[in-house]
Design a protein around this ligand. Sequence first.
Ligand SMILES: *Cc1c(COP(=O)(O)O)cnc(C)c1O
Length: 354
Amino acid sequence: MPDAQQPLHVETRVVTLGRPSSEPDQPLNVPVTLTSTFIAGGDLEYGRYGNPTWTAFEDVLGDLEGGRCIAFASGMAAIAAVLDLLDAGSKVVAPRHSYTGTIGQLQDSERRGRITVEYVDIADTEAVVGAAEGAALVWIETPTNPALEVADVAAIAAGAHAAGALVAVDNTFATPLLQRPLESGADLVVHSATKYISGHSDVLMGAVVTATAEHAEAITSIRTLRGAIPAPLETFLALRGLRTLPVRLERAQSTAQELVRRLSGLEGLQEVRYPGFGAIVSIVLPTAEAADALASSVRLWRHATSLGGVESTLERRRRWPAEASTIPEGLVRLSVGLEHVDDLERDLRSALGA
Ligand SMILES: *Cc1c(COP(=O)(O)O)cnc(C)c1O
């Protein structure tokens, strides 16, 4: 056994945690437990309350984020569970460039009189902390999707807590390998596990990770009552994907950084946005038409929404009517995958006619 004094590296923990015990004939992987119910008298009882495949996934993601993980059916279900913690009439502070689905949920809740929302520039720490006065929750997404603004989580968490507000961070883009919001003082982390955690564009799943046992209990209770539970097979696939997150992200990030170097200053591109880490790059073309032409001309890059898979994908975000009108019409979000950087660059250049 490794020296108990020596903490294991994340690459080791992501592979070794969440497995059955090392005894003869135990399977190496936690099986997909396809059952709706369990023999009475134990901890599980029923498939909406718990499942051993969930537990394996939750043990690993919870360890990586440094908290307690509760798996959900999708990222949107995880976001809804956090908003469900709020009392009626609560004020929420949120980035004006949050993921469109997050904005959609906030607007829907506000329309129905459940909450009020103040939208902020999440990169403007002073403005965010100012808005936190009287708020019950400060929602952070960093980097934002697809504007790629970066928030100062530690400073916002300190200011928000001083104002008595909870802090939740959507950590989908950075993953716990590049950013651990709970260590910076956040109370809750949310993931669309559909993206980097699963990593192969074949699963929809989400998760909430909490700093305290009380929040874990409250979020688990919401999952049990509302029923937005993940399927065991999806959870198995998400855990299988999570095992390789460090190598996938390292390669995708280095390819993204190299692409940014090669694309900067390219004729036909108004802007190349990149926060310096991660594998999402947003490029801005002069017009929607130019961006649409790019999307329909690429051959290796696939024109599809979503991100974080081994396959490189791109899309013009403003093709969605719900996308914020402050996102440029010609902005194309690139999700850099694991193909060779030379092939990705050549395909983009040829589609741009550059
Ligand atoms: C995709 C996404 C979500 C929503 O997750 P689903 O798994 O699609 O429900 C939430 N936040 C961010 C940042 C996302 O990219």
